[in-house]
Write a protein that binds this ligand. Structure first.
Ligand code: CA
Length: 256
C-alpha cells in the first residue's frame, strides 16, 4: 500500500466502463494504489455520479452502451471542471480521440490498458494539475509563508533562501500540518517515485530545515515521530490561517 507513497486521503476516481472485466481490473488496481474508486457502467450513470459527488479523476470509456463517450466527456467537464479526464479507447477510435480531446479530455489510453502506464500517467496529470493552479499555491503556517509558484519561503517578507529539495520537503510537510508522515512517503514524494531504502538524505535535509526554522520566532517545528517519520507542528501561539496548497491538489491532502 506504500507503493505510491500517497498519504491517507485518497484521490477520488470515477471509472466509467461497461466492460465488466476491464472495470473490475481497474477497480482492483486503483484501489490497491490507495485511490478511492467508484464505478459506473453507463454514460447516464457517470453524469449522475458526477453531479452527486466530487472527483479528482475520471477514467472514461469512449464506447458506452447508452451515450456517446465524447458527449459524456463534454458534460463531465461542466460538472467537474477541475477533474482530470482520461479517455479509454479501443483501437481504431482515432478520430473520436481527437474529438474527445477537443471536448475537454486531458489524455487518452488505448486498450488493452497497461496498468503501470496508467498509474504513471495518473500521477503525472495530478502533479501537473497542481502546478497549474496558482490560486491554491500559497501555504501559511504560523509566521511562515510557502509560495509554491515562486518557490519562496518567507517570514515577514524575508526569504529563507531554501535549496530546491529543502523547499520541496518543507512544502510536503506543510501540506499536512500536525500529521505524522512516514520516512518512506517523504522520500517517495520529495526525491523520487522509487524509494530504495536509504533515508540519510532525508535526515540531512531535515537537519538543515530545523536549523533555519529556529532562526525566527513563531515558526512551525519539525518533530521526529520515532520509528515512523516526521511531523510539522504549527507554533502554539499566534498561529496564522492555514490555506490549501497546490501540492494538496496533487494527492497530498490538506488536513484542514
Ligand atoms: Ca465499452
Amino acid at each position: 500500500m506504500e507503493s505510491t507513497g500517497r498519504p491517507s486521503q485518497p484521490t477520488r476516481v470515477l471509472v466509467v466502463e461497461d466492460d465488466e472485466t476491464i472495470g473490475e481490473a481497474l477497480l482492483r488496481s486503483l484501489g490497491a494504489q490507495g485511490h478511492q474508486v467508484s464505478w459506473e457502467r453507463s454514460g447516464a450513470g457517470a453524469l449522475a455520479a458526477a453531479s452527486a459527488a466530487e472527483y479528482d479523476l475520471v477514467l472514461l470509456d469512449l464506447g458506452l452502451p447508452d451515450l456517446d463517450g465524447v458527449e459524456v466527456c463534454r458534460r463531465l467537464r461542466q460538472t467537474l471542471p477541475a477533474a482530470v479526464v482520461v479517455m479509454l479507447t479501443a483501437r481504431g477510435e482515432g478520430i473520436d480521440v481527437v474529438v474527445g480531446l477537443d471536448a475537454g479530455a486531458d489524455d487518452y489510453i488505448v486498450k488493452p490498458i497497461g496498468l503501470a502506464e496508467l498509474h504513471a500517467r495518473i500521477r503525472a496529470h495530478l502533479r501537473r494539475r497542481a502546478s497549474d493552479d496558482p490560486a491554491t499555491a500559497v501555504v501559511h503556517i504560523g509566521a511562515l509563508t510557502i509560495n509554491s509558484t515562486s518557490r519562496r519561503v518567507t517570514v515577514e517578507d524575508r526569504d529563507l533562501g531554501l535549496r530546491r529539495k529543502e523547499f520541496d520537503l518543507l512544502l510536503r510537510l506543510a501540506t499536512e500540518p500536525d500529521v505524522a508522515i512516514t520516512r518512506e512517503t517523504l522520500m517517495t514524494d520529495v526525491w523520487d517515485e522509487h524509494w530504495f531504502g536509504s533515508t540519510k538524505t532525508l535526515d540531512v535535509h531535515i537537519a538543515v530545515l530545523r536549523k533555519r526554522l529556529t532562526e525566527y520566532p513563531d515558526l512551525p517545528r519539525i518533530v521526529t515521530v520515532r520509528g515512523y517519520g516526521y511531523r510539522l507542528e504549527p507554533p502554539p501561539a499566534r498561529a496564522g490561517p492555514l490555506t490549501r496548497s497546490a501540492a494538496a491538489r496533487a494527492g497530498w491532502p490538506a488536513a484542514w
